[in-house]
Design a protein around this ligand. Structure first.
Ligand code: CO
Length: 295
């Protein structure tokens, strides 16, 4: 009697095992579609620099009314620094896990990076891994960073030129400071410089950590007998690099290097994301990603 009951129970368990994947699938299909946006930036610990991210948030909210928007910072150093000050920000992976738990089904992850360097590729890899999880998102699409296509290079060039102060006189240079990277995508800075110089031969692009270097630009400025240069961050926020490596008083800042070469410097301490025409390019990339979230 007991033996018979046991066999019946085992048979029932086996049948349950066989049909459970199908049931799980059916449950998955029945969940309501819940779309959301995750914005991912390197991050900044400088409160004044955060206006750039606020501006992106405003423009994204305007372009996607009613769509929930979350933020994540890729820099663990900045997240730790902010946590000590009482501001908690998620890593992309932390934000993705939370959004998965919240039951979002379709996710557009927008990279707010400037080039598709190492951080962007890590973000894409991990976001797609979340897209593959059982009972996870139905679809995850990652939007491209600022400089991805030739069309982006042209649009960014035009936007940068529009943002140059009107009081700049002919022969005065504009020197943009990009972050730079050991990643092959660093070549986008030189590609941007080429595009800018086709429009205006007195605009230059250098990087803090890649190529071209400020030393290269200094030589060209001297060759062209430039007397004055506007120094402009080419990073989403005017954070630590802009305030110290570009505009700082230390001897190795770009301001000090060029001033030492007899060039009068004027610093414009605004990140690219503080300009609506630049943010519009990121928002266009996000619109493309979001359009791929069809159920
Ligand atoms: Co850096």
């Amino acid at each position: 009697m007991i033996r018979k009951a046991l066999i019946t129970m085992l048979t029932m368990a086996a049948v349950a095992c066989l049909i459970s994947p199908a049931l799980a699938g059916a449950h998955g299909d029945k969940r309501p579609v819940k779309k959301a946006i995750l914005l991912v930036a390197f991050g900044t610990s400088i409160p004044e620099a955060r206006v750039a991210f606020d501006n992106i948030g405003k423009q994204v909210a305007r372009a996607f009314p009613g769509v929930p928007v979350r933020w994540a910072y890729t820099s663990s150093i900045i997240r730790r620094k902010l946590a000590k000050q009482g501001t908690l920000l998620d890593s992309p992976e932390g934000a993705l896990a939370k959004m998965m738990d919240e039951g979002f089904t379709h996710l557009a992850v927008q990279s707010l990076h400037t080039i598709a360097g190492e951080e962007f590729h890590h973000l894409r890899q991990n976001a797609h891994a979340f897209g593959d999880m059982a009972e996870g998102f139905d679809k995850v699409i990652v939007g491209a960073p600022l400089l991805t296509t030739q069309a982006d290079i042209e649009m960014v060039s035009d936007a940068l030129i529009q943002n140059i102060p009107a009081e700049r006189k002919p022969g005065e240079a504009v020197v943009l400071m990009g972050h730079g990277s050991h990643h092959p995508a660093n070549a986008f800075y030189a590609a941007l410089a080429y595009s800018l110089q086709q429009r205006d031969p007195y605009i230059f692009v250098g990087t803090v950590e890649g190529f071209p270097k400020i030393g290269d630009i200094k030589i060209t400025l001297k060759q062209k007998s430039v007397k004055k240069a506007y120094l402009v961050p080419f990073m989403s926020v005017a954070g630590d690099h802009a305030r110290n490596d570009l505009a700082g008083d230390a001897g190795d800042s770009w301001k000090s290097i060029l001033t030492g070469a007899g060039i009068q410097c004027e610093v414009l301490l605004k990140g690219t994301a503080e300009y609506d025409n630049m943010v519009a390019i990121w928002v266009e990339h996000l619109k493309k990603a979001f359009a791929h979230l069809k159920e």
